[in-house]
Design a protein around this ligand. Sequence first.
Ligand code: GDP
Length: 432
Amino acid sequence: MVKAIVGANWGDEGKGKITDMLAEKADIIIRFQGGANAGHTIVNNYGKFALHTLPSGVFYDHTTSIIGNGVALDIPKLMKEIGEITEQGVPMPKILVSDRCQIVMPYHVLFDQYEEERLAGKSFGSTKSGIAPFYSDKYAKIGFQVSELFDEEILKEKVERVCGLKNVMLEHLYHKPALDPAELLNTLHTYRDMVAPYVCDVSLFLDKALKEGKQILLEGQLGTLKDPDHGIYPMVTSSSTLAAYGAIGAGLPPYEIKEVVTVCKAYSSAVGAGAFVTEILDEKEAQELRERGGDGGEYGATTHRPRRMGWFDCVASKYGCRLQGTTDVAFTVLDVLGYLDEIPVCTAYEIDGEQTTDFPVTAKLERSKPVYTRLPGWKGENIRGIREFDKLPENCKKYVEFIEQQIGYPITMVSNGPGREDIIYRESPLKK
Ligand code: GDP
């Protein structure tokens, strides 16, 4: 059985925590898209970790962690991450890397930086990890598959061909130093030796695992609104963030994905540029939520950039859940809101004088204004440590129930702290 854990919004919803928690009962956890540009923060009995490439299942010794073919694999970063967790006392996890996974090349990172420099004020706010140049090359069919590292003839020819192409751009567009094919080939030999112990025909491995009845988790990065097709294009990421893509990015049949757990945070945050309808414009108010948010503040796990803060957006989240094919919503970071007298919730957008609850295309999103309902808070009541929904303060329950009604998808998990055990399972009237 396959379960996907994905985000409804802009990312940073707390997917890492939910995956880490659900991994206890899983056999295999797979990353199926994205790269080391974003990160999950996980708190468990080994400590606090920021994972960028490894799936959030690496902390258990009964699980296999897989880097699927859909991922942008930065091999030195993967090695560094394995080193970091094992140094902190986590037993060496069982890791497999798909032989069809493509490699983030050193020049992808350079091109990412050069392009941001070139765009200057009009940049996309890239994390400069090489992700956009990586996926451009993948679809331009000049990417390097892990499998190709093991065929010297193919590798050598391709390195020369691709360097020739890249050097034209480096010289004429960016006015930067050229790539040396011999040096690049050497680098790829070191990559080959690093990754060799993990390489696997992942789709075959998964086919067998499914036949044996294994429990598989697909772990998404970012959220629906960063999807290149269904998100806030062009302020999106370069690979699909949707559960449906999990089938492709891992290499398993789409009909095997039986459950889609969509993670929604109890308020909003976003990184990078782009329309953000419920953004808190008062900087003092935003800073208060940012400081209290997440576990130790809402700052990027990779870049440490302060995140943009906003109120819960039912329009965006309903859309985010719909595109994911949500069977369950995990509603996270609810504990953070306990300092507010009342909590604004965006229930509709006003676009050109008309109200709608349907999420629009980007051009219209830029003109959307939030319509808020203000719900009473549960100020002064600490909800951390509560394990039953009925024990939550009345206004806190109402906040969850109101949002569930608005988005129309069942909230079956409520997370009230960063730890594995900070979870309330809930029966939802919307769950058939
Ligand atoms: P992801 O990329 O979706 O996994 O999200 P991040 O890891 O960037 O952000 C989630 C942050 O919130 C992390 O620091 C988590 O430890 C923290 N977190 C997750 N769930 C909860 C929760 O219910 N309450 C609090 N206070 N923090 C949480």
